[in-house]
Ligand binder design. Structure first.
Ligand code: SF4
Ligand code: SF4
Length: 138
């Protein structure tokens, strides 16, 4: 490799004063490189990763409930709510033959009361003022 080629690859420098003496520091000193350029893995923009930005102020009073447990047990074979809820709030407890609800993780998207349960068997209110999900962007 030639000396001329080496010079071309040197980072641009600019003068700086250290203890009263002028010295040369790279122009990009202090600028962090792009992690992607360094090969660090970036989290894919999945729903799960985006949910990492969300905060919850937990209410002690559940805002979700099943209207008729018998409908879940005997009529609804597919347990649609366990698939339609993006926060996976609903779980089918096969031994107990009932739906359990982890209302603490509810994103208040409204899916479960607008088609998420074809039997209209979910009672969904919004949490009390100041409680529930708090969305953050960024
Ligand atoms: S989709 Fe509706 S009826 Fe079916 S298990 Fe869920 S709440 Fe029950
Ligand atoms: S409102 Fe949305 S996140 Fe909350 S339980 Fe219903 S479907 Fe799930």
């Amino acid at each position: 490799m030639s000396a001329e080629h080496d010079q071309e690859n040197q980072p641009e420098t600019q003068p700086a004063t250290v203890s009263g003496e002028e010295t040369a520091v790279p122009a990009d000193a202090g600028i962090l490189p792009d992690p992607e350029e360094l090969g660090f893995p970036q989290p894919p923009p999945t729903v799960a990763n985006k949910l990492g930005l969300v905060k919850f102020n937990l209410d002690t009073q559940p805002h979700l409930s099943i209207k008729n447990a018998g409908v879940c047990q005997r009529r609804c074979r597919q347990k649609f709510c366990t698939h339609s809820c993006p926060a996976q709030v609903y779980h089918w407890e096969s031994e107990e033959k009932r739906i359990s609800i982890s209302y603490e993780g509810c994103l208040e998207c409204g899916t479960c009361r607008s088609g998420g349960c074809p039997y209209d068997n979910i009672e969904m209110r919004y949490p009390r003022g100041g409680y529930g999900v708090q969305y953050r962007f960024g």
